[in-house]
Design a protein around this ligand. Structure first.
Ligand SMILES: Nc1ncnc2c1ncn2[C@@H]1O[C@H](COP(=O)(O)OP(=O)(O)OP(=O)(O)O)[C@@H](O)[C@H]1O
Length: 228
């Protein structure tokens, strides 16, 4: 089951309504979220793994109630932030990935094996023993992704994952997220070329879902409105 379902979700912060009465059902593999600064993209993304709790309404992700079972949800939903430095915790690349497996009752040998597999998947094997801070921006974002994927989430939510990257690194991360990763993806982005590669796009404006559907037409209407 890979259905994401929000019913009448409102998120209020002091003095600000960030999401207004949002109801939507999504089962596509690649889901783009677009809209101007402050339109509610990150808030929407964060409700999907319980980082933000709705003021009212219901969020269900792959059958799990995001409010009642927030801890269970966090195991299933991996979150990738814009700045990989905020996600890298441990000194070396391999240690950082292994850190995500803590508390799972695995033996050292199992952890080593899983870490090696995960690093190979994102092409970082040769950097396993390198200090994480010596990686390039794109490699750091791959490491952050790797640390998320090793927890075997069924959904990956990425909030502007290419914002800090140059063109080559952005392409690499985009290729991984959009073409290689088996997990369902929710991608909040200002990069409309990435959004165009998804199966569905949601457009937010002032906390409201104002358009959604096939990315081509949704993006065209967004660009037209921005030009006016
Ligand atoms: N923790 C918070 N406390 C108070 N206000 C918040 C909080 N998080 C978001 N907001 C406000 O809610 C609104 C929506 O913010 P959100 O971060 O969801 O927008 P966004 O579309 O992701 O923007 P951007 O493209 O700039 O990242 C904004 O007005 C923002 O200031």
């Amino acid at each position: 089951m890979r259905e994401i379902e929000l019913t009448a979700v409102t998120v209020e912060f002091p003095g600000r309504v960030a999401l207004r009465d949002l109801s939507v059902r999504l089962d596509q593999q690649r889901i783009a979220v677009i809209g101007a600064n402050g339109s509610g993209k990150s808030t929407f993304a964060r409700t999907l793994n319980g980082l933000v709790t709705p003021t009212s309404g219901e969020v269900r992700v792959h059958g799990v109630d995001a409010v009642r079972h927030a801890r269970q949800l966090r195991r299933r939903v991996g979150f990738v932030f814009s700045n990989p430095d905020t996600q890298i915790i441990m000194p070396t690349v391999a240690e950082d990935v292994a850190f995500s497996l803590r508390g799972r009752g695995l033996s050292r040998a199992e952890i080593r094996e899983r870490v090696a597999d995960a690093l190979a998947r994102v092409g970082l094997t040769e950097y396993a023993e390198a200090p994480a801070h010596t990686l390039s921006g794109g490699q750091k974002q791959l490491l952050a992704l790797c640390a998320v994927l090793i927890g075997e989430p069924s959904l990956v939510v990425a909030d502007e994952p290419t914002a800090y990257l140059d063109a080559a690194n952005s392409r690499r991360i985009a290729r991984f997220l959009l073409d290689e990763m088996p997990q369902q993806l929710v991608l909040a982005t200002h990069d409309l070329r990435l959004a165009a590669r998804c199966e569905v796009a949601l457009r937010f404006e002032d906390g409201r879902l104002v358009d959604h559907g096939d990315p081509g037409p949704v993006i065209a209407r967004y660009e037209r409105d921005q030009d006016q």
